[in-house]
Design a protein around this ligand. Structure first.
Ligand code: 3PG
Ligand code: MG
Length: 368
């Protein structure tokens, strides 16, 4: 397999226009960026290019405007933040305002690369999408993986290829169905799996527990039972907290009464999960343990985040909500790697490759 071409593999960029695909799909509240992690994460690549005399033209999607201009998804807030962090960078309008982006339309690719001398992909969070701006430009332009993309691939491929044992994956989030493929793949890599978050209730149901009104995917119960019957240990909560049928905060074991709703792992489970993390030498965490946006249901996620910070293990946190939780608890600097991609990191772990990486390896300047 070709190696990913890096910035050093580009022809000289002095005086050249370089198209940089970034993932500036940042969380917005009323037009304000609530977390600029993804913008800051692109700075090493942008600076590298600017220091060598390139004109940098960034392009990103923002949200899911479905192929039409929509002021709610304008890049303007990002443009302002970028101007503060990296003056002199151009930023194109939201790529997904044009249906050609998600449709990978050759005519849209042609417009993107017009007037450009090179292409850099630093959009790790979107590298699992075979969209025009990701797989198109490397077909014709000298291309490279940016610093962020290259580092993400190095860390996540390392988890696949040579993790130090015990390797533990902690998964949360709402849906089992979203993560079934990755759970299957992870079970082949890890020594143990820890499951919290909304998805734990489908597993608890698979063991015959009544789960009240908690989140459940009945059509996934058989799949969960099959996973639980497999050879690798899967740790599930032994207690949960949530709301009782009267809507009051309550603590339960693993059997919930009718009308009750589990919304976080309980204190006993949180302590037990923390022990597993503290004893591991490699930990991957993706997905919160409960509804941490509500302070009543944040304790499980916070205990897990603290264990991630305290353990001597090599710690990797996969994007999205778990990264946001870490940042909220002020612990983002205490783990070894916070991925900018949620879906992309899981897909890379599951499949070992992504459309964006494959495209770069086929670029005209990539070496065999
Ligand atoms: C993300 O935030 O997950 C990436 O930017 C990809 O966005 P998408 O899931 O809308 O393709
Ligand atoms: Mg996503």
């Amino acid at each position: 397999m070709n190696k990913l071409p890096l910035l050093e593999d580009l022809p000289p960029v002095d005086g050249r226009r370089v198209l940089v695909r970034t993932d500036f799909n940042v969380p917005l509240d009323d037009g304000r960026i609530t977390d600029d992690f993804r913008v800051r994460a692109a700075l090493p690549t942008i600076t590298w290019l600017q220091e060598r005399g390139a004109t940098v033209v960034c392009a990103s999607h923002l949200g899911r405007p479905r192929g039409k201009p929509d002021p709610a998804f304008s890049m303007e807030p990002v443009r302002r933040r970028l101007a503060e962090l990296a003056p002199g960078v151009e930023l194109l309008e939201n790529l997904r305002f044009d249906p050609g982006e998600e449709g990978n339309d050759p005519a849209f690719v042609a417009r993107l690369v017009e007037g450009m001398d090179a292409y850099v992909d630093d959009a790790f969070g979107a590298a699992h999408r075979a969209h025009a701006s990701i797989v198109g430009p490397p077909q014709t332009l000298p291309s490279a993986a940016g610093r962020l993309l290259a580092r993400e691939v190095e860390v996540l491929s390392g988890l696949r290829d040579h993790p130090r044992s015990p390797f533990v994956a902690v998964l949360g989030g709402a849906k089992v169905s979203d993560k079934l493929g990755v759970i299957d793949a992870l079970l082949g890599l890890v020594d143990a799996l820890v499951i919290g978050g909304g998805m734990c209730f489908t597993f608890l149901a698979a063991l015959g527990n009544p789960i009240g009104d908690s989140l459940c995917e009945p059509d996934q119960i058989d799949a969960c039972r099959r996973l639980l019957d497999g050879p690798k240990p899967i740790h599930l909560p032994s207690d949960v907290v949530g709301l009782d049928p009267a809507g009051q905060f309550a603590t339960f074991g693993t059997r919930l009464p009718d009308g009750a709703k589990g919304l976080d792992i309980g204190p006993g489970s949180a302590a037990a999960f923390a022990d597993v993390v503290l004893d591991a030498r490699t930990v991957l965490w993706n997905g919160p343990m409960g509804l941490f946006e509500d302070p009543r249901f944040a304790a499980g996620t916070k205990t897990l985040a603290q264990a991630m910070a305290d353990t001597k293990a090599f710690t990797v946190v996969g994007g999205g909500d778990s990264a946001a939780a870490l940042a909220e608890f002020g612990l983002a600097d205490d783990v070894d790697h916070v991925s900018t991609g949620g879906g992309a990191s899981l897909e890379l772990l599951e499949l070992g490759d992504l459309p964006g990486l494959a495209a770069l390896r086929e670029a005209p300047n990539a070496h065999a």
